[in-house]
Structures are given as structure tokens and as C-alpha cells.
Design a protein around this ligand. Structure first.
Ligand SMILES: [Zn+2]
Length: 111
């Protein structure tokens, strides 16, 4: 939890940003005009922090894209390389797969 509790407001109000980026305000007693201004300032700062947090979360979520492997054509009987790009099926990158179904081949070098 990202907790932003400003010392100035601690006696009368707490302003926090929670894990979901929400700004949480707890007022413990009625505020004077000056205290209200301080709390309002703290809320605006917390809103900025919540916004930055959500933007970072969005960037992180966008960066984690599922890895989609290329589908290669299986080597024909008597051959040791894929039909699409002529590579050793055992040396293909981990997410890649091989298939005997020509229609399912997604390798760019196919045909
Ligand atoms: Zn291939």
C-alpha cells in the first residue's frame, strides 16, 4: 500500500493513496479554514500521485503481452527440417510449435 500521510494534516485528517490508486481522506475532526486548505492541497497532491500510479500500472500491464509462438510446418518423413523455413525443429525458440496441418502454419517464410 502506498501511504501518503502528511504530517501537517495528521492531527486533523489523513490523506492516502491506496493500492487501487484511490485517494482516501479521513477527517478526524472539523477543520478550520486553514486546515481545510492544507487538506485540499494534500488531496490534490495525492490525486497526482494516484494518477501517476495508475499510469505506471497501465504501462506495466501493456508491457506484459502474451508471448505467441510461431507455428512451423513439421518435417516430412525422411527430412530433418521444417517445411516452412527449413530449420531444425529441435532448435526452434521455446514459444514456437510445429504442426502437420499446413493451414495452421504461421511462419512468415511459409510458401
Ligand atoms: Zn518456419
Amino acid at each position: 500500500m502506498t501511504e501518503i500521510t502528511r504530517t501537517v494534516e495528521q492531527l486533523v485528517a489523513d490523506v492516502d493513496v491506496d493500492d487501487d490508486g484511490y485517494v482516501c481522506v479521513t477527517v478526524t475532526q472539523p477543520l478550520t479554514v486553514d486546515e481545510a486548505r492544507d487538506v485540499a492541497h494534500a488531496i490534490l497532491q495525492a490525486a497526482g500521485e494516484g494518477e501517476r500510479y495508475l499510469a505506471e500500472e497501465g504501462t506495466a500491464a501493456a508491457a506484459v503481452e502474451p508471448i505467441v509462438g510461431i507455428v512451423h510446418g513439421v518435417a516430412l518423413i525422411g527430412y530433418t527440417s521444417t517445411t516452412c523455413c527449413g530449420r531444425d525443429p529441435f532448435a526452434l525458440p521455446a514459444p514456437d510449435t510445429i504442426t502437420a496441418d499446413d493451414a495452421a502454419v504461421t511462419c512468415r517464410k511459409a510458401r
